[in-house]
Design a protein around this ligand. Structure first.
Ligand SMILES: *Cc1c(COP(=O)(O)O)cnc(C)c1O
Length: 381
């Protein structure tokens, strides 16, 4: 090749598929190190990524240390022991399980396995941002059902009737986060069962229970008991939130074994590290740790919601470890002022909610710091 290269190589980005070029990248919460660099602030509290401030079980940390010694070996690609542990814990057969590098990878695997440019997938307005991303990357049409209006009991939440109407003959996947991120809202359990039963057999329903450990304490039950009787239902969970292992990247799907088999064909050969598999097994064995943290977080969430409402701020009901707060037209300025005060929250303008901020529930003293900073910044103050 000449020094200048070919004309095409001058713009190698143009070689990406049209579907990928049209994507807007996912914007994560601002990392602590970035805020330190940009604003020179120290003693930072991050309430931006729904991480669990209680962290993982000490047993999981010990298992990670022990597993590091075998990091020179490839991990067990089939995650046999982790699947056995999950099978016992969930009381499901191991062949129903698929383990992913976070549930994010499972979402990618589902899209790559079931979608192409000839089909469509349904998701909800204000739904989790990764769904449209994985759908559109395959060239499939992303059918976004309108969410409930702001004044509804579940403001901005999934409208199952609208989602059912959005399903077309070419629809292969329907994505529901329950509870949903960033809204925190959830769907009625009986309505959800009717929805799953009414969806035609050519569409699989992906029920993302990333916040299960908090949801189960908040009146938002799991669909796990339905998987056996509903071959078109796929339940996703993760170790990132309730188990405090977001940095490790482990999630899993429970589905009909034929769905698991199909996903396994595309799964990267060694997608979950040996350190992650060992930690997840140990974490599963310490349910007490998970339960204590989840109970504290749910109690704090309700305390914070009440404190915010007392300040006159509308807060959506939440079954997760976070709250969606209506900060008003000044939301971007409030976000910036909080950053200067050392507290990182999540702006959600990218979700079409520019007047709202999403706030993860932290330790009590962290939440207090947020409330103290927020009070004087709010509308009308
Ligand atoms: C946080 C979150 C996940 C978890 O993603 P991981 O890749 O498992 O860390 C999945 N779905 C939703 C709706 C989430 O908010």
């Amino acid at each position: 090749m000449s020094a200048q290269g070919s004309g095409a190589a001058a713009h190698p980005g143009q070689l990406a598929t049209a579907a990928v070029r049209a994507l807007s990248p996912y914007v994560p919460g601002k990392p602590i190190s970035e805020l330190e660099r940009e604003y020179g602030v120290t003693d930072i509290v991050k309430l931006a990524s729904n991480e669990n401030p209680y962290g993982p079980s000490p047993a999981a940390i010990a298992a990670m240390h022990a597993a590091v010694a075998s990091a020179w070996l490839y991990p067990d690609g089939s995650a046999h022991e982790l699947k056995q542990a999950l099978a016992v814990h969930l009381e499901v057969p191991a062949p129903w399980l698929t383990v992913g590098n976070g549930s994010n990878e499972l979402l990618l695997m589902l899209a790559e396995t079931f979608l192409n440019a000839q089909c469509s997938a349904v998701c909800s307005q204000y739904g989790f941002a990764i769904y449209p991303l994985v759908i559109r990357a395959t060239g499939a049409a992303c059918l976004e059902a309108a969410a409930h209006p702001p004044a509804a009991a579940m403001p901005y939440g999934h409208d199952l009737a609208a989602m059912a109407r959005a399903v077309r003959p070419d629809t292969r996947l329907v994505f529901i986060a329950n509870p949903n991120n960033p809204t925190g809202t959830w769907v009625d359990h009986e309505a959800l069962r009717s929805f799953i039963e009414a969806v035609p057999a050519h569409a699989l329903v992906v029920l993302d229970e990333a916040y299960y450990e908090f949801a189960t304490l908040s009146g938002c039950p799991s669909v796990l008991p339905w998987v056996a009787d509903h071959p078109n239902l796929i339940m996703l969970r993760t170790f990132s939130k309730g188990y405090g292992l977001a940095g490790l990247r482990v999630g899993y799907a429970v589905s009909h074994p034929e769905v698991a088999d199909a996903m396994n064909r595309y799964r990267p050969a060694f997608n979950v590290s040996n350190v992650a598999q060992s930690a997840a097994i140990a974490a599963l064995g310490d349910q007490e740790h998970v339960q204590v943290a989840a109970r504290r977080i749910v109690a704090e969430r309700e305390r914070m919601a009440a404190a915010l409402r007392a300040l006159g701020v509308p807060v959506a009901p939440s079954a997760g470890n976070f709250l969606m707060v209506e900060a008003g037209a000044d939301a971007p300025r409030i976000y910036d002022q909080l950053l200067r005060g050392g507290v990182i929250v999540r702006p959600i303008g990218g979700y079409g909610l520019p007047r709202h901020l999403r706030v993860s529930v932290g330790l009590p003293e962290q939440n207090e710091r947020l409330l103290r900073l927020l009070g004087p910044l709010l509308p009308g103050r």
